[in-house]
Design a protein around this ligand. Structure first.
Ligand SMILES: [Mg+2]
Length: 363
């Protein structure tokens, strides 16, 4: 590419994809997932980014963010980041604003890598060639049979760690977790995610029980905003179990507060919410606090970033997003021996959006 090239065009569209069946976790129910897809173009090259968001994020990209980056140099991503976040000053950043910024930020990183004819992992600089994943789903809406089949399926595929949802019905959770352990055997790692569905004392009591089933990961045992509660639990649950939080982090100060208050054993982050730029900064922040880092959902978008992030534990191979990414993108990588490795023969994130295929879901 020639020096002085400019970002010429930004296109954002939203797609609503129904789930296979109604799904729920500890505190939320859903029947569809909205994918916001952004393309940013320069000199005939198109960068692709996306977020799992709401139609409103596509509107914000079109109305507020496109104008902030068009005409800017696609090599100068920090300048674009400042322009995007600055354009939302009066609307507010955390929430839908950052979902919009994140989709466009990913498209700009992908565009830059494609212009340089590099896979994104090589533009960022890899710390590891492949990323361990964990199978994630185990919805509270599943029957015991569905739960066991899904979790055991990942273990059979060679993924040695799996996560299930709890927190919808605390009375029923011990039995569900025991049934899950039974299905995956003793050697696979079992993780639980309450999505903030428990009270403090309830979470502490259940942690003792989950420990007997060798559960090592207790995600959002209480509401993610209750940093005091998270810290209390972290100090009191069995030593072999970790508290993980961070998926609702939109801006760096959120991650900083979790870390500074000692609220997490592992920090999670989601680049579809805090941007590729914010994700990499959050990883550095976690490294500073000597806390391991784990990526939340959207595995195809996180793969290259996770190869580059310091101190990375793993990447969440989330059922709903795996299904959508396989259905609507070319270039999606599947796990081998529980790891994802980017295809370094493809530029950018290595993904192409199947626009024709997706049209029937367009909002
Ligand atoms: Mg979670």
């Amino acid at each position: 590419m020639k020096p002085g090239a400019k970002i010429e065009r930004v296109v954002a569209k939203a797609y609503r994809i129904p789930t296979e069946q109604p799904e729920s976790d500890g505190t939320y129910r859903w029947e569809s997932t909205t994918l916001v897809v952004v393309h940013a173009a320069c000199e005939g090259v198109r960068g692709l980014g996306y977020s799992y968001a709401d139609e409103a994020a596509a509107v914000l990209v079109r109305d507020k963010l496109a104008g902030a980056v068009i005409g800017k140099d696609p090599m100068h991503l920090p300048e674009c980041w400042e322009a995007m976040t600055g354009a939302l000053r009066n609307l507010g950043l955390p929430g839908v604003g950052m979902l919009a910024v994140s989709a466009l930020d990913a498209a700009l990183w992908d565009l830059k890598a494609r212009l340089l004819e590099l896979p994104l992992v090589d533009l960022l600089g890899a710390e590891r060639p492949a990323v361990p994943v964990y199978g994630s789903g185990g919805f509270t809406s599943y029957t015991i049979e569905q739960l066991q089949k899904q979790l055991a399926g990942w273990v059979e595929q060679g993924i040695p760690r799996v996560k299930m949802k709890v927190g919808r019905d605390p009375g029923a959770d011990p039995e569900r977790v025991a049934q899950a352990r039974e299905a995956i055997g003793v050697s696979a790692e079992l993780m639980v995610d309450a999505n903030g569905g428990y009270q403090r004392k309830e979470a502490l009591a259940l942690a003792q029980y989950y420990d007997e089933l060798d559960v090592r990961w207790f995600e959002e045992p209480v509401d993610h905003r209750d940093r005091t509660g998270l810290r209390l639990l972290r100090d009191r649950i069995p030593a072999g179990m970790e508290v993980a939080v961070g998926e609702y982090g939109f801006t760096l100060d959120y991650f900083q507060r979790l870390l500074a208050d000692g609220a997490v054993d592992v920090l999670q982050a989601d680049a579809t919410r805090c941007g590729v730029t914010g994700f990499l900064r959050a990883a550095t922040l976690a490294e500073l606090y000597r806390v391991p880092f784990s990526a939340h959902c959207a595995p195809a978008l996180h793969l290259h970033l996770c190869c580059a992030a310091p101190n990375l534990r793993h990447l969440e191979y989330f059922h709903d997003h795996v299904r959508i990414e396989r259905m609507l993108f070319d270039g999606v990588i599947g796990p081998v021996h529980g790891e994802l490795a980017p295809d370094r023969t493809r530029p950018g994130m290595g993904l192409e959006f199947r626009e024709e295929e997706a049209r029937r879901y367009q909002v």
